[in-house]
Design a protein around this ligand. Structure first.
Ligand code: NAP
Length: 248
């Protein structure tokens, strides 16, 4: 599976799953735009790791929950590499709490970072992809968007929204040879999941047929496959990478 000659944007690629996706796309030959919002030093380290290995990458700061910044991110990719083949909408965050105690800010922050960001980046990226009559869009959802989770009404709504968005855009862009798919990870230890209690983690583990947590790299392999020429006939799909936690 080669991605030689392709150009990819990965949002939220400074750490966690996004970092693993950026490194794996680059390893397969893609030039990668490493987006970050606050973690500049970490994003520069990802770029360094890619260039040290002989690949091409740049770091671009953009808060993708903001439409103007998402547009600037796509423009930076086109300015640097003159094309855009792959968009991975990975940036996301959580503000977990029960609905009774959830503030409007908790709701808005998650909906904007996890769902509106996908709209913002797709809106900016589809124009060059339509012109090229080719493209791959991969949106990182979550098993929580499929199954729901107490304490995460905001996050579940955003991630379920990403799935509906993915299927709709897949229908809009199929005739332009652009595929749009979602990847729904299960429990992957990162900064995002550090906040969960040991009891919550053990409950997830017990419910996972493969009996372990996943790794960021295992999510990245699924993304690289969906980004490849080999996945040309797959669109509107939701690929769970969750050790069997949620079978849908
Ligand atoms: N870990 C899991 O178990 C799991 C399971 C299912 C789905 N997911 C999804 O996978 C994705 C990555 O999660 P993760 O676990 O790797 O989380 P993480 O370690 O917390 O990393 C989140 C990344 O998103 C970036 N980000 C957040 N808000 C942003 C914004 N407004 N604009 C640009 N970048 C932003 C952060 O950038 P800065 O640090 O630069 O601010 C960081 O690079 C998320 O969409 C998450 O919902 C994770």
């Amino acid at each position: 599976m080669t991605l030689q000659g392709k150009v990819a944007i990965v949002t939220g690629a400074s750490r966690g799953i996004g970092k693993a996706i950026a490194l794996d796309l680059a390893r397969r030959g893609a030039a990668v735009v490493v987006n970050y919002n606050t973690s500049e030093a970490a994003a520069r380290e990802v770029v360094q790791a890619i260039t040290d290995a002989g690949g091409k990458a740049i770091a671009v700061k953009a808060d993708v929950s903001r439409m103007d910044e998402a547009a600037n991110l796509v423009k930076a990719a086109l300015d640097a590499f003159s094309r855009l083949d792959i968009l991975v909408n990975n940036a996301g965050t959580t503000r977990d709490t029960l609905l009774m105690t959830m503030s409007e800010a908790d709701w808005d922050t998650v909906i904007n970072a996890d769902l509106k960001s996908v709209f913002n980046c797709c809106k900016a990226a589809v124009r060059p992809m339509i012109r090229a009559r080719a493209g791959r869009i991969i949106n990182i959802s979550s098993v929580v968007g499929l199954a729901g989770q107490g304490g995460q009404t905001n996050y579940a709504a955003a991630k379920a929204g990403v799935i509906g968005f993915t299927k709709s855009l897949a229908k809009e862009l199929g005739s332009r040879n652009i595929t749009v798919n979602a990847v729904a990870p299960g429990f992957i230890p990162t900064a995002l999941t550090e906040v969960l209690s040991e009891e919550q983690k053990q409950a997830v583990l017990r419910a996972t047929p493969l009996g372990r947590f996943g790794t960021p790299e295992e999510v990245a392999y699924a993304v690289s496959f969906l980004a490849s020429d080999e996945a040309a006939f797959i669109t509107g799909a939701v690929l769970t990478v969750d050790g069997g936690l949620v079978m849908h």
